[in-house]
Structure formats: structure tokens, C-alpha cells
Design a protein around this ligand. Structure first.
Ligand SMILES: [Fe+2]
Length: 590
């Protein structure tokens, strides 16, 4: 049974294909059309899904969309009536969503087929149920508490659920305008991070701050017995677009969230790209602190209703890896499953799997234990790309490749590592990664100056051989998709200084040989050379979506000051090495 799942006309549009209950391929449209966070129709992603399983669209029996415009309709109407100025906007949005409902015509047009030839049944699923489905049905569990939270989706910002067997039963919803995602976005905007998806950056700024403004920020969002509520006087009314607009070219634009009350309290908002002041850091600190307090309140409340060890989390706020890392200390939950695409691209697999399990009552479950659901490219295609770029390269056997790359990393060089199937979700997890030495004090600056051009305060992440996690980090719950932040043990902070954040934490990826044999063996080769079972891993890109094809990887390699490119079985290297690349690190074994 072939099911196509879609997230469309929403940020991070995507498609996924599920064959007999197993996710075979999934990809965000941005990776194919190179338009970051693209929010239009995922035409290229649909075609890529079909190609991956060798199917035609006429073979697809069900199409599932992770959005239902009729969900929570009464609440939407009630909100529109209470905000008469927004009614026209509300009607426009309904019309747009009406057009969006004609999935059959949209697919026929995108794939150049006759809509009469399409046999599939269509399913529309409420946004947050699709989120929870994307986590629960991919987990290994038969029973779990479900939790989804984000800015908004289908007029809801937060949902709790009981997940058991084939079913997901929604327990509670928090309706707009009350939204933890909006709370976070509002303060990010105030301190100059105004783009969709900037929240993750500000999370990295928070530990530089102090609790100066915790009192003031705590007033903006308050826990309640039935959830939480915002003090709306700090916000501009979001209107019926729920604070986010998708332009006709697929660009996702955020509306201004903060009101004049924020300016009265804290002064002028910071202009994007201007200097970050102590005020901005302290606001980031207070925001993250309050966010965590409310999340743990919600999760403890959820546990009271669903007292099980297992928690399936999703939604854009589930990318808050700092909160994810602390929840084992702050709630009774013992295990989390967070799918690699916890944000909105994940709706595509959630909608498809929900259709399979809950609508069609199919019981066969497939745990999603790796994120490698994207395209891969043959050695001959890679070789052609290298040839046409005019790069010198050497083909290598597997073991020679691993030793060579490990030596390059150990020598302080920055390596583009392009292997196998592209990752699903926003994190590079060892197939489209830039890898480097985690223990060189200047490596963060080198990466930022030469390739990534990121804000100075953003940390780089460590990939660690899973069996060494406990030796290096203070928590042993696995983090296979780089979605948990843990404290680094004091005695290991020096060895991991390039990935040790200002609060002595790291957003780690635990790597097992089962999940990714080649990447695991690379870290292992580096470990043999240096005594460190960790490498620094950042996404293979430069101010663009993560590279997908060999051509994009080669282009990124050529236009940045990366030293080495290991692409499939081929290694290309730039010469000569600049003096700044000389290692300052002394091996633990010395
Ligand atoms: Fe969402």
C-alpha cells in the first residue's frame, strides 16, 4: 500500500512516501528548489518520492495532508468575530486554503498528468495530530504520552495526547493566540532575529545572559491549571494568518509579534545585524528560562494524565534541544522519541503514517531509527560532477578513505563529508556534514571565518560514538538526531573545547554503527588517531539549504575555504594549507 504524505502551503513544505507502513523516502522541498523554508507546493519533493520507489502517481492509493482547514473551525470563527478588523483577512485565508484543498488538481498540474487518472483517496489531518503521529508511529513504543507544540497550526499551538496501539487520542489543545512558539518568536524578533527559523540561533545566545529580566519576562506567559496563557498586551494581534505569512513565491514571512509594551519596558528593539548588547543576552536568557518552566509544567501535567515512561514529542518547539535535554531531570518521563524532522516538514510523514495506522487500521510498525531518508547519488554521477568542476581528486577504498579523512581532521583541516542518503530534517547527521577537530581552541573561529559565517555565539555540535556518551556527557539518554543538549563532563571540556558551549554543554549526536556504519567508522578512525571519540559536525552548506546533490557540495567546497572534500569514494583537496590550519591540540594520549 502506497501512501504519499504532504506538508504544503505551509513553512517547510515537504513530501514523504510510505510503503506498507514504512517511510521509504522523505524530503523537504527546500533541498530541491534551494529556497530555504519554502512554504509553497512541494512539487519536486513529490516527484522525488515517486522516483525513489519507482512508482507513478497513479500507483498511489492515499494522499494525506498534515493540515485540516475544518479543524477547530468554531474557535477560528470565534476569534475572527472578536477581531472585526481581521475578518477580511480571515476570508482571504479561507479562500486560499480552499484552493489548497484541491490536492488532486495541484498534483496533476505539478506532475503533468490528467487528474482523472489519479485514483488516490485524500485525507486531511489536523496539524498537531500529524505532528504527534510523526513521533509516535516512528517510535518503537506501543504506548506513549504525545506532546506537540509550535507557533501555530490549525489554530492550535499545543496539544497533548494519549498514544496507544494504532490510536492517538488528543487530550488537550491550547488555542491561539496563546502560543509558546509565539512567545519565543516575539522575543527573538525584539532582539533582532526576525526571520522564520531564527529561534534556534537565539537559543544559543541564551546562556550568555543573566537572570536580570526573569521577573518581567515571566509576566508574559503564565502557567495555568489547563495549560498556559500569554499576556496579550505584549503582542500585536496576530490576525487570522496566525502570525506567519506564506508569500506567493513560497517565502515564509513572520509578522511583527511584539507590541509597544515591550518597547516601553526594554527600550528600542535591536536592529538586525547590529551589536548584541547585554540587554539582548539577558532577554534571551529570560525567554529560554521561562519557556522551559512552562514546558515542564505542561509535561508534568501530561504525565498526570498519561503516566508512562515514554514521551513522543514534535512540533517546531521540539527543536529546542536545551529543553529536551533537561526534561529527564524536570519531569517523570524517562524516554523521549523526537523524530529528526520535528518541525513542520515532519507533518508529511505524520499524516501518511496516521492514515496507515489510524484510518486504515494497519498494525505493522516500523521504527524510524535513522534520518537517512533523502536521495543518494551513484559514484559515477559524483565522478562526473568532479570532472565537470575541474577538480583534482583521488578514488579510495573504504578503509583508506576513513584513515585519510581522520588524519585530515586530526591535522586541523576542515572536511566536507558527502556520503550516502541525505538526512531528513534540519540537522546534518554525518551524510551532508562538514567535519572538523572538536578539540582545537580556534576551530570555531576558523569555521565561522572561512565557511559558515555564523553568529559568534552559536555553538558547533559534537558527534560521539554512542558507547562513549556517558564518559563525556552527564546524561546517557541517546540523542541520535542531535536534539538533546547535555552538560559535558568537566574533565572532558578541554578535549571538546571547540564544541563546548559557554555553559559547558553540547548538542550532541550519538552515533551507532547500526545507524550509520561509515560515519561511525570515521569517528572511530579519528578516535584511534587522537584518543577522542568525537568529531565536530556542522551542516554542509553556506547560507543556503543543506547541500543535496554532488554538484551543490562541490560548489560549496569551491566557493568556501574548506580544505578537503570527501565525496563518495573520492577525495579532493585544496593546496597549499594556510598557517592558521596548523593544529594546536595535543592528543589525550600524549
Ligand atoms: Fe507545526
Amino acid at each position: 500500500m502506497l501512501i504519499l504524505g504532504l506538508n504544503m502551503f505551509h513553512a517547510d513544505a515537504s513530501a514523504a512516501i510510505v510503503l506498507d507502513g514504512e517511510v521509504k523516502f522523505a524530503i523537504a522541498e527546500e533541498r530541491l528548489n534551494r529556497h530555504k523554508h519554502f512554504g509553497g507546493f512541494p512539487a519536486l519533493a513529490i516527484q522525488a518520492c515517486l522516483d525513489a520507489v519507482g512508482a507513478k502517481i497513479s500507483d498511489v492509493e492515499h494522499v494525506a495532508v498534515g493540515q485540516d482547514r475544518d479543524a477547530n473551525l468554531a474557535k477560528k470563527v470565534q476569534y475572527a468575530l472578536a477581531n472585526p478588523a481581521k475578518i477580511l483577512n480571515f476570508i482571504r485565508l479561507r479562500q486560499r486554503k480552499e484552493a489548497m484543498r484541491d490536492v488532486r488538481s495541484l498534483i496533476a498540474e505539478a506532475l503533468h498528468v490528467d487528474s482523472g487518472s489519479l485514483q488516490f483517496r485524500e485525507h486531511h489531518l489536523e496539524h498537531h495530530i500529524a505532528h504527534i503521529a510523526s513521533a509516535y508511529y516512528c517510535s518503537p513504543w506501543e504506548k506513549a504520552a504525545g506532546f506537540s507544540y509550535d507557533g501555530s497550526g490549525d489554530f492550535v499551538s499545543t496539544m497533548t495526547a494519549r498514544c496507544e496501539g494504532n490510536d492517538i487520542q488528543a487530550l488537550d489543545r491550547v488555542f491561539l493566540p496563546h502560543s509558546l512558539g509565539s512567545f519565543y518568536t516575539m522575543i527573538c524578533e525584539f532582539i533582532g532575529y526576525t526571520k522564520y527559523g531564527d529561534e534556534g540561533k537565539v537559543m544559543g545566545l541564551a546562556p550568555y545572559g543573566e537572570p536580570t529580566y526573569c521577573g518581567e519576562i515571566d509576566n508574559i506567559v503564565s502557567p495555568r491549571r489547563d495549560g498556559f496563557q500569554l499576556d496579550l498586551s505584549y503582542f500585536k494581534p496576530l490576525g487570522s494568518n496566525q502570525g506567519m505569512q506564506v508569500l506567493s513565491d513560497g517565502t515564509v514571512r513572520l509578522a511583527r509579534h511584539f507590541s509597544g509594551r515591550m518597547e516601553k519596558l526594554f527600550g528600542q528593539p535591536r536592529k538586525p545585524h547590529s551589536e548584541i548588547t547585554k540587554r539582548d543576552m539577558d532577554l534571551a536568557y529570560a525567554m529560554q528560562h521561562r519557556f522551559e518552566q512552562i514546558v515542564f509544567h505542561l509535561l508534568n501535567r501530561l504525565y498526570a494524565h498519561v503516566p508512562v515512561d515514554h514521551l513522543a514529542i514534535a512540533g517546531g518547539c521540539a527543536l529546542n534541544s536545551v529543553a529536551n535535554g533537561k526534561l529527564f531531570d524536570m519531569t517523570p518521563f524517562r524516554r523521549t522519541y523526537i523524530q529528526p524532522a520535528a518541525g513542520d516538514e515532519g507533518l508529511a510523514i505524520g499524516a501518511a503514517l496516521h492514515t496507515y495506522h489510524s484510518v486504515l487500521k494497519q498494525t505493522r510498525r516500523h521504527e524510524l531509527n535513522n534520518a537517512y531518508l533523502g536521495p543518494e547519488f551513484s559514484d559515477s554521477r559524483i565522478q562526473r560532477a568532479l570532472e565537470s568542476a575541474g577538480l583534482e581528486y583521488r578514488p579510495m577504498e573504504r578503509s583508506a578513505l576513513l584513515v585519510t579523512v581522520a588524519e585530515q581532521i586530526a591535522a586541523g583541516n576542515v572536511v566536507g563529508w558527502f556520503q550516502g542518503r541525505m538526512e531528513w530534517g534540519p540537522r546534518a547527521l554525518g551524510n551532508r556534514s562538514i567535519v572538523a577537530h572538536p578539540g582545537l581552541p580556534n576551530m570555531k573561529d576558523i569555521l565561522n571565518a572561512r565557511i559558515k559565517h555564523r553568529e559568534w555565539f552559536r555553538p558547533f555540535a559534537p558527534s560521539i560514538m554512542a558507547e562513549y556518551q556517558n564518559e563525556y556527557f552527564e546524561h546517557d539518554h541517546p540523542s541520535p538526531f542531535m536534539l538533546h543538549v547535555y552538560k559535558i563532563r568537566p574533565e572532558k571540556r578541554q578535549a571538546l573545547c571547540a564544541v563546548n558551549h559557554v555553559d559547558d554543554t553540547g548538542r550532541l549526536q550519538t552515533v551507532t554503527r547500526e545507524e550509520n556504519p561509515l560515519y561511525y567508522d570515521l569517528i572511530s578512525a579519528f578516535h584511534r588517531k587522537t584518543g577522542i571519540p568525537v568529531i565536530l559536525n556542522t551542516s554542509f552548506n553556506e547560507n543556503e539549504p543543506i547541500v543535496c546533490t554532488p554538484e551543490e557540495a562541490i560548489d560549496c567546497f569551491q566557493r568556501t575555504r574548506m580544505d578537503v572534500l570527501a565525496i563518495g569514494p573520492f577525495v579532493a583537496q585544496k593546496q597549499p594549507l594556510a598557517p592558521e590550519k596548523m593544529p594546536e591540540f595535543k592528543s589525550e594520549r600524549v
